[in-house]
Design a protein around this ligand. Structure first.
Ligand code: IMP
Ligand code: MG
Length: 188
């Protein structure tokens, strides 16, 4: 049984797994061709939404990598973005001269990633690439492109596979459209 707040499942666990395996192959190819310093890429996962995607990504990714995480919030916990990113957890290692791959769950307005990209370049990163599981191009408020994306989605509020509504529903094993009409009077 699907969660009762699900309006429609967009991508099943199997579909996601298959797509992530294609993506990681493509990305590993890119890095193999680019002769990175120590043949290593630094993956930076954006918590908390990246967790299921990052785990799946790491399982399939066949290239030397280091992993780090940041918490950057721009959502106020509901279904609308606040538009002012804030770093709540910073990196523990230097990004100077590193090749970075940001691992994100979904790009909507683009504001969060634009902010992080500028921040990491300011800290001396050599190259910053972005992989996102989901891309909502219609939501853009700023010009920002992912270098790789799993799936393009419509401008709807999504839940599951890391995506939350007020910190809940991240544990659904699929990506789904949320039935937002039910949220207002929802009893958890
Ligand atoms: P942006 O700065 O608007 O691109 O915000 C991206 C962040 O907002 C993502 O990393 C998600 O955490 C969150 N987000 C965007 N769209 C959704 C959605 O449909 N459901 C849940 N979270 C979302
Ligand atoms: Mg996120």
């Amino acid at each position: 049984m699907n969660h009762p707040l699900v309006k429609k499942i967009l991508f099943s666990e199997d579909q996601i797994d298959k797509r992530v395996s294609e993506l990681t192959d493509e990305i590993a190819e890119y890095y193999k061709k680019n002769n990175l310093k120590e043949n290593t890429v630094l993956l930076i996962g954006l918590l908390k939404g990246c967790v299921p995607f990052m785990a799946n990504f790491l399982k399939h990714f066949k290239y030397e990598c280091q992993t780090e995480y940041m918490v950057v919030s721009s959502y106020l916990g509901g279904t609308k973005t606040s538009g002012e990113p804030k770093i709540n957890l910073d990196l523990n290692i230097s990004v100077k001269d590193k090749h970075i791959l940001i691992v994100e769950d979904i790009i909507d307005s683009g504001i969060t990633l634009d902010y992080i990209k500028k921040y990491l370049y300011f800290k001396g990163a050599k190259e910053i690439k972005i992989v996102t599981l989901l891309d909502k191009p219609e939501g853009r408020k700023i010009e920002l492109k992912a270098d790789w994306n799993g799936f393009k989605v419509e401008n709807e509020f999504l839940i599951g596979f890391g995506l939350d509504y007020e910190e809940r529903l991240r544990n659904l094993p699929y990506v789904a459209v949320c039935d937002v009409t039910k949220l207002k009077d929802w009893k958890w």
